[in-house]
Design a protein around this ligand. Structure first.
Ligand code: ZN
Length: 428
């Protein structure tokens, strides 16, 4: 019985492959560029209407109370619910529908939704409108196969992932729409590759360092204290002392690519003294600021990460008499890691093996995505990313996703939903 049912669902996905590709292309044609957050209501409606046809109850949830939710750029999220015999188990499939700006270097129209040679092209085709289409068509295939779920599936299309997700997944989680005690598992179809399950990401510590000196005449620099020179000492300590230490630390979390398996530090920007290209002013720079992006490992923890930075900045700046310094936190995102024995990993791994005939690979992301809000705000531990498309394609010119990846991911998601809602057990 359940083998037949699984085959029927897989057959329904296969039969809907062109429709799913066309739906992805339709979404690509809605230019949901973020920043600033264009065309969100239109895209939410397109997803909502398709979910309604897939038998879902649809709600449009505007991010009331968020400063970025404005009349010019409303932040509209959409959630479709297909309720089965019971409210739970509840599986939530979440995809963001905002995309980064197109940028230069395209040979096709970034918002044309071109389908050619088995690929869907355009900004967001890979990250992650194909993933959203896979979630929607997983539910549609279950409906077409005539399956009544034992539990419930939700599909959400959310805003602003590319800018932090505060009006999107974080907002839904703050309002209890995605929450422990309600939501049993969350799958985010980000483009990690159809054979890979993403079980988390490293932590982020964004901080600003400021050095202060004393202004003086540029012709008599010995009468002032140059804050840019002070920052130079900090940069040098980061490069000569901190970076080799970070490179030697390796996480057991399977972060890809390989280079991101270590702790890293990037200087994002620096400014100090006279503005370069500005009006000439013969002064000793009395103030310099720089912004850093430190990615830390689960094994390091935030407290030790910050303490190490504070110590190093103090020692470096202290080498130059008269230089004062300050460190300010700009953003802290704790690392996340799905438990190894999580049912969401088992369900996806089983589905991947069945659909692709190969064992799944567990990976972790070098950057962060909405998983952080599911873990920290919603408190749902059973969350992973799994979706169509190649990670390396994200944010690139001529971005594309193959229809075959889209179909594979849709099959895997559909089977995972069947298992996680308790509709069929794996392997039967
Ligand atoms: Zn994405």
């Amino acid at each position: 019985m359940s083998v037949t049912l699984i085959d029927q669902v897989l057959g329904a996905v296969e039969a809907a492959a062109d429709e799913a590709a066309a739906f992805t292309a339709d979404l690509v044609r809605i230019p949901t560029v973020n920043p600033p957050g264009d065309a969100y209501p239109e895209c939410a409606r397109a997803i909502g209407e398709r979910l309604a046809r897939a038998g879902c109850e649809v709600e449009y949830l505007e991010a009331e109370g968020r400063p970025e939710h404005t009349a010019a750029h409303p932040r509209v999220n959409v959630v479709g619910t297909r309720r089965g015999a019971a409210a739970r188990p509840l599986v939530h499939l979440n995809g963001h529908f905002d995309v980064v700006p197109a940028g230069d270097g395209w040979t096709v129209d970034p918002f044309g939704g071109l389908i050619r040679d088995g690929r869907i092209y355009g900004r967001g085709a890979c990250d992650m409108k194909a993933g959203l289409a896979a979630a929607v068509f997983a539910v549609e295939a279950i409906r077409r196969a005539g399956v009544e779920l034992a539990g419930t599936v939700e599909v959400s299309g959310t805003v602003d992932e590319e800018s932090g997700g505060y009006a999107g997944v974080a907002w839904l989680a703050e309002r209890g729409r995605i929450a422990a005690g309600r939501t049993d598992a969350v799958i985010i179809p980000e483009p990690l590759g159809v054979g890979r399950i993403c079980v988390g990401h490293r932590g982020v510590y964004w901080f600003e360092v400021e050095t202060r000196g004393r202004i003086g005449h540029g012709s008599m620099p010995f009468l002032g204290v140059n804050a840019v020179d002070g920052m130079g000492l900090v940069l040098r300590a980061f490069r000569d002392e901190l970076q080799p230490a970070l490179a030697s630390r390796t996480t057991a979390v399977p972060v890809v690519p390989e280079g991101a398996r270590h702790a890293t530090l990037n200087v994002n920007g620096i400014e100090g003294g006279q503005r370069v290209g500005g009006i000439q002013t013969p002064c000793v720079a009395d103030r310099c600021r720089a912004v850093f992006d430190r990615r830390f490992l689960l094994e390091e923890g935030f407290d030790a990460t910050k303490a190490e930075v504070l110590d190093l900045v103090a020692r470096a700046a202290g080498r130059m008499p008269g230089v004062a310094h300050a460190v300010r936190d700009l953003m802290v995102v704790p690392p996340v890691r799905t438990p190894d024995d999580s049912p969401v990993i088992a369900a996806l791994a089983g589905a991947i093996a069945r659909v692709r005939g190969e064992a799944a690979t567990l990976v972790a992301s070098p950057g962060t995505y909405d998983h952080k809000h599911v873990a920290a705000i919603a408190g749902v531990p059973h969350c992973v990313a799994y979706g169509p498309g190649e990670l390396e394609m994200a944010h690139q010119p001529d971005e594309w996703c193959t229809i075959s990846d889209l179909t594979t991911a849709t099959k895997v998601l559909a089977l995972a939903v069947l298992e996680l809602t308790g509709t069929v057990a794996r392997g039967r």
